[in-house]
Design a protein around this ligand. Structure first.
Ligand SMILES: C[C@H](N)C(=O)N[C@@H](Cc1c[nH]cn1)C(=O)O
Ligand SMILES: [Zn+2]
Ligand SMILES: [Zn+2]
Length: 480
């Protein structure tokens, strides 16, 4: 029998302003995991989340994850874990939900139209702020689901286990071992029947998605150093070999304008495209205009949607992210940087094994540098890596989510893969042995990781209904 969701939905609508206020408070905490100086803010955000859930009666714990690898002076932010209702309801399914309370860096001077850590809502209901869609909106979605059930006087349909981390945007350091340990018999997550993660985006702006795959991410640094300190380019230009010159040449040799990775052997690690898989892409509701809208330009690599989707989901990509130590302020400083660190990452796909990717990357970078016959010094290393994940959507977890999408959005969802990475997804699947579903809240135009990140009010409020409805359908779905 279809669950009666009317009073839950009405309560979500009547509390919408309070839920936006909760998001405003969360966005105001600059919980940037990549920035050591913001570590206290990351912890503050974790404590904010814990307190909100405790107020609603959830049993919460902040579990320490130890020191940050390679930065032993820094404590990792805690895993904020919990259970709702506090006492297990026997005979009901248990769903483990995951999200992250850290965010990407953001500065107004990057080009934001508004202050990144002040939620700013425009007349079209677009709620701008760092973390609004990635991932504070979806994480607070679960909090709002609990509160709406209480206010509506509706029984909570499942046992909810929660795992929220503060290092996802920095490769989920420390979390894998924790998850594995907590999924063992007698531990916190032992009785999970399925897992749900809301931390990705629709492909367009109209049609919701259920997601069954992610690319992995291997993130590298190339450090090139020479002079003992930064130099005057008028005095020393033409007399010293310059690290920046070497670095840009090495970085420029990694990938071409059409995204083709230049590292020999890399594409040989990629699983071949089957006829069956190839036939899936044309049915996905996605147009080149969707891409251009999200890009804010028409500078796509491919002209066809199928190739574009494959380029995002099933082939690897290599992106150059930045150069530490280089002059990047406005103006015209005549400096020769003494040491520069170039950063790039490779999004990996089935069947690429991260350690094989690492060795191809290291030997290619060393070869390219050797070709320069430079007297400067090179160091190339991996910062962090997370593996790709592809699962089966033929499971009651996905069927329940599809029903919830139809109930809330009045349309059947597309089954999609995601170009981004959530490193612990595979860990959850392996450690629980259960099905993992990605249930996105935000849309393709949300600009996660970019300037002017936003979440539409409609996606937030209907997304809260979606997460709640999913739990009700999960409670009723027969085992598949
Ligand atoms: C998809 C998810 N919301 C996300 O943004 N994940 C990050 C995680 C990451 C950071 N470094 C490596 N992985 C991403 O895909 O960049
Ligand atoms: Zn995220
Ligand atoms: Zn992110």
């Amino acid at each position: 029998m279809a669950p009666n969701l009317d009073s839950f939905f009405q309560t979500v609508d009547s509390n919408a302003d309070a839920f936006i206020e909760r998001l405003r408070q969360a966005v105001a905490i600059p919980s940037i995991s990549a920035d050591e100086a913001r570590r206290q803010d990351v912890v503050k955000m974790g404590m904010f989340l814990k307190a909100q859930l405790e107020t609603l009666g959830a049993k919460m714990e902040a579990r320490p994850l130890g020191k940050q690898p390679g930065k032993e002076h820094l404590e990792l932010p805690p895993a904020v874990i919990g259970r709702y209702p506090a006492k297990k309801q026997e005979g009901k399914r248990t769903i483990l939900v995951y999200g992250h309370y850290d965010v990407q860096p953001a500065e107004k001077s990057d080009g934001w139209n508004t202050e990144p850590f002040e939620l700013s809502v425009d007349d079209k209901g677009r709620m701008y702020g760092r973390g609004s869609t990635d991932d504070k909106g979806p994480v607070l979605g679960w909090v709002n689901v609990i509160e709406s059930h209480q206010k509506a006087g509706v029984d909570f349909p499942v046992n909810l286990l929660m795992c929220f981390e503060g290092m996802e945007e920095y490769g989920s350091e420390g979390l894998d071992d924790f998850i594995v340990a907590e999924c063992k018999p007698g531990k916190f997550f032992e009785d999970a029947d399925a897992v749900c993660i809301s931390d990705n985006y629709w492909l367009g702006t109209e049609k919701p998605c259920l997601t069954y795959g992610l690319r992995g991410c291997s993130y590298y640094s190339i450090e090139i150093s020479g002079p003992g300190q930064d130099l005057h380019s008028g005095v020393f230009g033409g007399t010293a070999q310059e690290p920046m010159t070497d670095l840009t040449r090495v970085m420029g040799s990694l990938v071409d304008t059409n995204g083709k990775i230049q590292i020999p052997g890399l594409y040989e690690l990629v699983a071949p495209l089957t006829k069956e898989e190839q036939s899936l892409y044309s049915n996905i509701a996605f147009t080149m205009d969707n891409l251009y809208e999200s890009l804010g330009s028409k500078t796509g690599i491919f002209d066809k949607k199928e190739e574009t989707l494959m380029g995002r989901w099933r082939y690897p990509s290599l992106s150059l992210h930045g150069i530490e130590g280089a002059f990047s302020q406005p103006g015209a400083k005549t400096v020769i940087p003494a040491k520069v660190t170039g950063k790039f990452s490779i999004r990996t796909v089935p069947d690429m094994e991260p350690h094989e990717v690492d060795s191809l990357v290291f030997s290619y970078v060393k070869d390219q540098f050797a070709k320069l016959s430079s007297k400067n010094k090179l160091n190339v290393f991996l910062q962090h890596s997370g593996k790709w994940w592809v699962a089966s959507p033929n499971h009651w977890n996905f069927t329940a989510a599809a029903k919830a999408v139809e109930k809330v959005w009045k349309i059947k969802p597309d089954l999609t893969r995601e170009g981004g990475s959530i490193p612990v997804t595979l860990t959850f699947e392996q450690a629980t042995g259960k099905n993992v579903l990605l249930l996105p809240m935000g849309s393709s135009t949300d600009a996660a990781h970019s300037i002017n990140e936003k979440l539409d009010r409609k996606n937030y409020i209907e997304g809260i209904k979606l997460l709640g409805a999913y739990l009700h359908y999960v409670a009723e779905e027969p085992t598949s």
